[in-house]
Ligand binder design. Sequence first.
Ligand SMILES: [Ca+2]
Length: 307
Amino acid sequence: MFVVEQDGRVRVFPNQSDAKETNVFLDLRGVVRREHNEEGLLGLAFHPDYRTNGQFFVFYSVTPRGSVVSRFRVSKDDPDRAQRDSEEILLQFPKPYGNHNGGCLRFGPDGCLYISVGDGGLAGDPHANAQSLEMLNGKILRIDVNHKDDGKNYAVPKDNPFAGRGGVRGEIWAYGLRNVWRFSFDRPTGTLWAADVGQDRHEEVDIIDRGGNYGWNIREGKHPLDPNAERSPVGEFIEPVLDYPRVEGKSVTGGLVYRGRRLPDFGRSLPLRRLHLGQRVGPAARREEVDGQRQDRPHEPAHQRLR
Ligand SMILES: [Ca+2]
């Protein structure tokens, strides 16, 4: 069992209830920035072939203010210790403010590494990063860590929606996102579920499609960001699967589609955590809504939806 600590350590211990000690697998405290309470070591993902290649990936904040995605390798002679000097930086990009870092890393069923990046901070995304295809902030990215383009430690997959277009970032998979702390792939279907934290009024849950624009900073949940706006440009954006107002709960954190049998109340629902309340989005209340949406969608794997 691996635990990521925001201050820069990754701990490892046996996945047993009587485990009493942890080992420090990786210690990045010397380079991880923690000035803002949303900064830090924020994400970890193991390569699908970790057992054979020992590669894993982390997302962390750095000084000068920015975000880094790096590759590391486990020690050859100790599975409980990373090789600290094996770091290979894949992405490093600046951000203007301390909050809204995103930071989730996951491998998709297609073997690519997906990365959530927050809009860069402050209220209302003042630089409109999330709507800009020239910026990595406010996005979900998709990169190929098994190949390298010239001058990069990764490759941009050729079937990314904006790959090969001049003047935009080919790493972008989806945009118009505010601050996706966590997202996940539903294993049987490959569907990418993301929780996008709202600003003041509406939290949202999205199904992320290739090239989709999820509305931020024009929409918040299923509503215009400016409540006095005369009309909202519905149709230009992909609406959330569900949203909920702040009076019901605070920042949506993320979750997994649960298909197991040990927690029957969660059958085919998406347990989501709300940061401040420590509650799930009520599965009984929400399941119909989530499932209703899902029934309208073909359950093909994400990599088959690329075309
Ligand atoms: Ca949205």
